[in-house]
Design a protein around this ligand. Structure first.
Ligand code: SF4
Length: 912
């Protein structure tokens, strides 16, 4: 029997077996006060407010810890229970000196009514001036049980309010329920908050400074706090007048957020419990939406006149573009945006193909996961995450390679930590000591750029030991014999020497992965951003297929996509060789099918990739570019050559929300609405298509990207195919053109995200791919060759680049969030302390980092997170344009630049 029947307060109820009485009551809409309980924590029953009466029981059990049993008759609200609750809460408030008048709060201190209120209501619970008034759980409990007076004398603690980044800690209002500390350790795996620290001779929750701790400022503690003790500053005092659920505009995890607004101003952000994030967020999603209200937002179009960008009307700007663009049909390129919606990317590629008659359209996936698309399409027929984020916790072994997951995809990082708690084995392969190394069973610290050797070495050992899955290989794949034969040429001792990893560790990792079934691979740009990027991905596919770790829940090959909609931009065909839905541009059949819907011709010659566009611009073969929401001046490798390319153009149009480094070079700048100011959809890294909803009005004259693109097309005479009335209208066309989106509609998406493939309106979506057969039919093994990286005597260090938790992409959004900038406002060059000592570099010194392409300067951070001989930098900071150093040599298949590593030298320039 999976369900039981109970009676609560006279109401009959059927609940799943194992449900607590508290949760059963909630299901029935019955409120029971519970101040130590939280849905994400194990119930501990210490506040005792949730006591109930059960027929036949002689005690009063706590509802949060008592499992309901079949036939139970429960009463939650007798006069006796309420009386006991009143005593309990009274005592709790008295012993914690909680200001029961709820008057002693920040606002209260400069409230003109303070003295009068205290005189009149010295011990009254509930005050309209409390930062949590109306949302305070103590207040709600007190009202429910009728507690309006405290019989004991209380003294206001008078503790100073601690001002942290984003939120305040006011321990005058703390009742020591422990939720914040438990969330921090049990759910987020951080353990930063410590109950019962000492502060001004009183117990409180430590440490005294979060800035000096390992706090990640995710805000989970703030959201868990039942009182006003922890309050986000931007949420204090204000109550939203309306709210909407939308998708986080930062990384590709696709967290669902509820955003509350008052007077077109964000006053509330919460993670949604029914989203992939299960109510949790990272610092950017929780506190980083401030960028939308930045005074730096572009508010009017700008046109360059006499060398200076000056404000213009929309008519002026759009007419200028429409009049000039027509002359560049054979010399035009467009960069679409992974930050824009699916609908906007769809329209952008349609504009390039139909209006400008070219396939010169690409997006920033070229810089992150082009090898994923190229490699996984070849191996398994689909270039996306094979499995779902939720399935991570059902893996028995997880290999995380080339991904600093807790910083780049924090909510997926949480799932990995949860999997570990459930007993999964964790293998981290990363040249840097990332946070996940602390929970890893095995940390493989290989030399940057030796991933292919490492993976093939693991394959070789698995074969040698007979750990491969012959049944799976025989039934589901092809090309294994050739691949297995090629492994004969792999010498494990050489693998160990080239990677710098102890051979036993490689063997142990291989064994753990092969035996762990289901084993899951998670990877990111540490795998793809190499000139062997596609081979690296193919090697991972070989590893997964030879062990049968694909096609079942909790397994698979899972590329973690960086930007919010990089998956969707590719799905929509913002690619030079693929039409919407990954249909080849070379296929006459595919073109004809889409031409049938569009009623217009599609050019058949594949277009240029990002790097090729800039090269062609330098050669004057490309004369006009239209760049939407991307900042290649900072994000492209060999950045000075990108600036040369953009300066060579006859016409550069940039559409963005800020005047980025790229927009500053434009002839026309178009102000766009950000993700909070428009409707549409994003597709997350797990192929989940989710709604984006308008919650703010855009600033000034800024407009949705799709309307701007459509306006230009209309002014160029293309009424047919560009007369959409709404984003939903565009989605209707997408579902006709893109087979994997065939069953998607706003009507369905409004009920929750759907994972593609979803070919028909009655299809539920697909949680994991390749169940019974691969998209290609059979999975294909690939024979791969690898050569040892060469040592560069002149530039002896290897620079690896990546992102950090507090910033996003080129910083145009995250650096406009005051406290994110406070937490990290400059580039730091991470150098191993032994290398620092050898070069006379101390922590905080300014160092010059030089490669064959240029030099930048930044402050040194000595840390053993970097192994000897390597340094780490980000590309978030325009003052230190790291991509001046990186190389634009390309992976021959996917055309991704080998941006992840480059040879550099270091020089100390001076003390801090
Ligand atoms: Fe947003 Fe990604 Fe953070 Fe989720 S993990 S809140 S999607 S930035």
């Amino acid at each position: 029997m999976d369900e039981i029947r109970i009676t609560i307060d006279g109401m009959g109820l059927v609940v799943p077996k194992g449900t607590t009485i508290l949760n059963a009551a909630r299901k029935a809409g019955i409120y029971i006060p519970a101040l130590c309980d939280h849905p994400d924590l194990q119930p501990i029953g210490v506040c005792k407010l949730c006591i109930v009466e059960i027929a036949g029981w002689e005690t009063y059990p706590t509802a949060c810890t008592t499992i309901a049993e079949d036939g139970m008759v429960i009463t939650t609200n007798t006069p006796e229970i309420q009386e006991m609750r009143r005593h309990t809460l009274e005592l709790l408030l008295a012993i914690t000196n909680h200001p029961v008048s709820c008057l002693i709060c920040e606002r209260k201190l400069d409230c003109s009514e303070l003295k009068e209120c205290m005189r009149k209501f010295p011990a009254t619970v509930g005050c309209k001036y409390c930062p949590k008034e109306g949302e305070c759980e103590i207040q709600k409990a007190a009202e429910h049980i009728g507690l309006s007076e405290i019989r004991y004398s209380l003294s206001y603690k008078g503790l100073p309010v601690m001002r942290e980044s984003f939120f305040d800690r006011d321990y005058n209002l703390c009742i020591m329920c422990g939720r914040c500390a438990r969330i921090c350790s049990e759910l987020r795996g951080e353990g930063v908050l410590l109950p019962l620290a000492d502060y001004h001779r009183m117990s409180y929750v430590g440490p005294s400074s979060l800035l000096e701790s390992d706090c990640k400022f995710c805000g989970a503690c703030v959201d868990a706090c039942p009182s006003g003790a922890l309050s986000a500053r931007f949420e204090k005092w204000e109550r939203p007048e309306r709210s909407a659920v939308t998708t986080c505009p930062f990384c590709g995890v696709g967290c669902q957020i509820e955003v509350g607004v008052r007077n077109n101003h964000i006053v509330r952000v919460r993670g949604c419990r029914d989203g992939v994030n299960r109510g949790q967020l990272c610092v950017k999603g929780r506190f980083g939406l401030e960028f939308a209200e930045s005074p730096d937002r572009l508010k009017t179009p700008l046109i360059r006149k006499n060398g200076i960008l000056v404000s213009a009307t929309w008519d002026e700007a759009l007419n200028t573009i429409a009049e000039r663009l027509g002359a560049f049909r054979d010399a035009f390129a467009m960069i679409s945006s992974s930050k824009c919606t699916n609908e906007e990317n769809y329209l952008a590629q349609k504009f390039a193909r139909v209006v400008m008659e070219t396939n010169n359209i690409d997006n920033c996936a070229r810089l992150c996961h082009a090898p994923t698309l190229a490699g996984l399409s070849r191996a398994v027929g689909s270039g996306a995450m094979t499995n779902s984020i939720d399935e991570i916790t059902s893996a028995r072994c997880i290999l995380i390679i080339g991904s600093n997951t807790t910083e780049q995809h924090p909510i997926i990082g949480l799932r990995i930590k949860e999997a570990k708690r459930r007993g999964a084995k964790i293998i981290v392969a990363n040249p840097r000591r990332i946070e996940l190394c602390d929970i890893a069973d095995i940390w493989i610290c290989h030399r940057p750029g030796t991933d292919l050797h490492l993976i093939l070495g693991m394959c070789r050992y698995i074969l040698e030991e007979g750990l491969h899955d012959t049944n799976f290989i025989r039934a589901r794949t092809e090309g294994f014999d050739d691949f297995a034969g090629s492994l004969d040429g792999i010498d494990l001792k050489s693998v160990s020497a080239i990677t710098g990893v102890d051979l036993d560790l490689i063997k142990e990792a291989a064994k753990l992965y092969a035996n762990g079934k289901p084993s899951s691979i998670l990877y990111s740009m540490g795998i793809t951003q190499h000139i062997t990027g596609t081979d690296n991905v193919l090697a991972l596919a070989n590893l997964a297929m030879m062990t049968g770790n694909i096609g079942m829940p909790g397994s698979g090959i899972n590329p973690l996509r960086g930007q919010n909609n990089v998956q969707g931009a590719c799905d929509m065909g913002a690619l030079p060789d693929l039409l919407p839905g990954y249909q080849s541009i070379k296929s006459g059949e595919s073109r004809a099918r889409i031409e049938g819907v569009w009623g217009m011709r599609i050019p058949d010659r594949p277009g240029l990739t990002l790097a090729e566009m800039f090269k062609a611009a330098r050669k004057k073969e490309i004369k006009a570019m239209y760049i939407i929401g991307e900042n290649p001046v900072l994000s492209e490798p060999d950045a000075s050559s990108v600036v040369d390319a953009l300066e060579s153009l006859d016409l550069l149009v940039v559409q963005d929300i800020f005047l980025t480094e790229t927009a500053q070079l434009a002839d026309v700048v178009l102000p766009a609405a950000c993700a909070l100011e428009k409707d549409g959809t994003f597709t997350s890294t797990e192929r989940r298509v989710q709604r984006v909803r308008k919650i703010l009005e855009p600033p000034g004259d800024a407009r949705e990207d799709w309307r701007i693109i459509q306006d230009i097309a209309l002014r160029m005479g293309y009424r047919k195919g560009f007369s959409f009335e709404s984003a939903e209208d565009i989605m209707r066309e997408i579902s006709k053109v893109v087979g994997i989106y065939g069953g998607m509609s706003y009507e369905r998406l409004d009920l929750g995200g759907i994972q593609w493939p979803c070919p028909t309106p009655d299809h539920p979506g697909t949680t994991y791919l390749h169940k019974d057969c691969f998209a290609n039919g059979r999975g294909r093994f690939h024979v791969l060759n690898c050569t040892a990286p060469e040592k560069d005597e002149e530039y002896p260090f290897i620079l690896t680049t990546g992102r950090i938790l507090y910033h996003y992409h080129t910083g145009s959004m995250s650096r406009r969030v005051h406290d994110l900038e406070y937490l990290r406002g400059e580039e730091l060059v991470e150098i191993n302390p032994e290398d620092g000592a050898a070069l006379g570099i101390r922590d905080g010194d300014i160092v010059e980092v030089s490669s064959r392409r240029g030099s930048v300067r930044a402050r040194a951070r000595l840390t053993d997170r970097s192994q000897r001989g390597t340094v780490f930098m980000t590309f978030h900071f325009s003052e230190t344009p790291t991509n001046l150093l990186t190389s634009n040599s390309l992976d021959p298949i996917s055309k991704i630049p080998g941006i992840k590593t480059c040879a550099v030298r270091l020089r100390r320039m001076g003390g801090s």
